[in-house]
Design a protein around this ligand. Sequence first.
Ligand code: SAH
Ligand code: SF4
Ligand code: F3S
Length: 496
Amino acid sequence: MCNNKIDLRVLPKEEISNIDLNCVDLDAPAPEYEPQRQYYFISKLRSIVKSESEKAGHPLTFFVQTFGCQMNARDSEKLRGVLELAGYASGDSEDADLVVYNTCTVRENANLKVYGRLGYLGSMKKKNPNKKIALCGCMMQEPDVVEKIKKSYHFVDLIFGTHNIFKFAELLVTALESERMVIDLWKDTDQIVEELPAERTYSFKSGVNIMFGCNNFCSYCIVPYVRGRERSRRPEDIISEIKSLVQDGVKEVMLLGQNVNSYGKNLDTPVTFAQLLRQIEQIEGLERIRFMTSHPKDLSDELIEVMKHSDKICRHLHLPLQSGSSRILKQMNRKYTKEQYLELAAKLRREIPDLSLTTDIIVGFPGETEEDFQETLDVVRRVRYDSAFTFIYSRRTGTPAAAMKDQIPEEIVKDRFQRLLTLVQDISQEMSARVQGQTLPVLVESLNEHDPALVTGRLSNNLLVHFPGTEDLIGQTVYVYLKECKGFYYIGELRK
Ligand code: SAH
Ligand code: SF4
Ligand code: F3S
């Protein structure tokens, strides 16, 4: 029991994560400041969840589904953090009492998936009217989408967006207390709320946001419209988050941003990404540092230098090409030419020979000719990517490319896509075999999905290795002999 009720309005921010949430004074008004305000609502949510669980005769469960990129996945961990703290039990399917879809809208497929699954959720809710459904993420930042949901999926209880995700606890309380669909969407924000909970998927690795939003406006891309302007977190906040993650058992961090190479430019005291990396490297106990994504136009020599001399920064760089044609790159507003990209890739290969270089490529951008496409194949042959994500261009309403003339017919795009995929995969198999016969450190991630006698781990260069081992190895870094390359992964043997 609580001897003293805590009035969160007067509690310093630093103490917030240590308090007993059962002791928050809910008769006091909600604090105006963050993150205290959200802890107040988490506490309120706790009392609702407790009484609803008693009524239902079972602990209320939640299910959060991620539809998008790693940033979207990290946001889902924050949603789960709030729900766990509020006393919900974790469910493993859409049968749960509360279902949250964290959506993505980067390509049309992502949207179609959500609509398909929503239909199914609607039929489940008919059988269980107490079920609650919340939608958030990038797709919700599009007004047309929200109109459609209001019209055709009226059973949804809560809609919010990317800019106010920190208000999840407060919005969920409002939705649970209301009979109507609650919608809260912000156009943009300059706010970054620190110190909120997150529930990690893996105990030994974690994503860490270093910046939000994007200012690049590549002409095909919807991200700047749904994620807002670029905002960097302060280095001291990032460092202190990583330090506490490390204390909690994390060995590997993935620094997240749409364009990490422009990190820190708009801070009060500007800091470069390379300088931030140098600081993060100093954190004792942290073993591996990864980051995503690098825009080629902003990749500095300073960064190459830091990577080259680092024991902790992984031997992997994701450097999206998008197209190999300088003409198309200009139309895409990528701000580099084929030659500049090739020069950068050559420099990286020269300076860090064991670096794995991966990329994203779009085929079928408006106006792309066979000659343009050949330029893309040419870059792929010259850079020899260790792996590449290939995408069919998807027309996104509101982006400049959607209004461009000369959208490419589907048949042509599919043919190009197939040819690109074959080339990318052939090269990727050859590149993956580069380290065969070596013995390298592997961070073990899980039991093998198909064979429980094996465990699966990751090399610094991001390739997966399966080898005989037991569950207790999970989260440990061990040396593994890379016996056989099977295309895109290795079969290995543990070395002492
Ligand atoms: N900020 C990152 C990527 C974000 S989106 C970057 O700049 O690299 C991830 C990838 O999706 C992009 O690299 C691009 O290849 C692809 N993509 C984005 N918009 C797309 C569209 N309209 N159609 C097809 N692919 C797209
Ligand atoms: Fe989209 Fe370009 Fe920003 Fe990446 S850098 S998120 S592709 S606009
Ligand atoms: Fe990521 Fe999709 Fe949004 S790729 S930033 S979740 S549109």
